[in-house]
Design a binder for this molecule. Structure first.
Ligand SMILES: [Zn+2]
Length: 291
């Protein structure tokens, strides 16, 4: 294939909760260690996005020419007219003109991996379900933490997906979604103070903040509220939103990941908070229990 810009943006079905799909190979690219990056026109496999790697890659297999190839990684890739990059090697931001952003499936190199070949994607459904539970729990926990810290701002600050002062949005340094849980790291440094967050109560009464956050989470989980992924399109880079019909008002958060379809799929979501010794970093560990 001479012009990479001819690669179409991948149509992704994982936001709808799909775990299987059938597509055709539109690009192959050599990778290290006898592996090949395979780009399909459509896929159910969720890729890790190196620009914000909160939810990791799905596990599963590609079946092509009667051969099942284990997926070793799924990564966001990008190509322009002359080059193709995978993961953190991508030199441009999403939306840069002339670049197509696609899903790259990393599999062992195989003779069956030919342009145009039909490929069946099968995602490990149990692992996906565990990540989806972890991701929804992560969003709920961020909203509950924001609510618990809403009185600790001395300045006007942007609202979160419920319109509450967005501590999560202002302080987040990294977020990692795991099976039935997540770990979020927040910076409590000078720049957060400048934006108006007074961390004194959080540091002095961490247990009370945990209790308030967990009480809010218990109320929300008990509501069994519906969760929907609102999509502005079906391509990899189309804007998508996690939307949850919480009893005290609908919440909406921009999100490219996968989620449960209802809080009724969860029996509990709880957080633990840990502040480091010099009070400059807060770690929130969120745990979800399946219903
Ligand atoms: Zn998300």
């Amino acid at each position: 294939m001479s012009a990479h810009s001819e690669i179409p943006e991948t149509i992704v079905s994982y936001p709808r909760g799909e775990v299987t799909s059938t597509g055709h190979i539109v690009h192959v690219h050599p990778a290290n260690d006898g592996q090949t990056v395979v780009v399909l026109d459509t896929t159910a496999a969720h890729p890790v996005d190196s620009a914000w790697p909160d939810q990791g890659a799905d596990r599963g297999s590609l079946t092509v020419g009667g051969r099942a190839l284990p997926i070793t990684d799924v990564v966001v890739c990008a190509g322009d007219g002359s080059a193709f990059f995978a993961g953190s090697d991508i030199p441009v931001k999403k939306g840069t003109e002339g670049w197509a952003f696609v899903v790259g499936h990393v599999v062992p190199t195989d003779a069956a991996l030919q342009l145009g070949a039909e490929v069946a994607v099968e995602v490990d459904p149990a692992y996906r379900r565990a990540l989806s539970a972890g991701h929804t729990a992560c969003h709920l926990a961020s909203l509950a933490l924001n609510a618990a810290l809403a009185e600790d701002w001395t300045k006007e600050v942007a609202g979160d997906g419920r319109g509450v002062a967005n501590f999560d949005g202002e302080a987040i340094a990294s977020s990692r979604i795991g099976e039935f849980g997540s770990v979020d790291v927040y910076r409590l440094g000078k720049s957060l103070k400048k934006r108006g967050f007074d961390k004194a109560r959080l540091l002095a009464e961490t247990d009370a903040v945990v209790a308030a956050t967990n009480a809010q989470l218990a109320e929300w989980v008990a509501s069994g509220a519906a969760v929907d992924i609102r999509r502005e399109g079906d391509t990899l880079t189309a804007r998508r939103f996690w939307e949850c019909a919480l009893p005290d008002g609908a919440a909406s958060i921009p999100c490219g990941g996968t989620h449960v379809s209802s809080l009724a799929e969860l029996a509990a979501v709880t957080v633990a908070l840990e502040v480091n010794d010099d009070g400059t970093e807060l770690v929130m560990r969120t745990t979800a229990v399946a219903a």
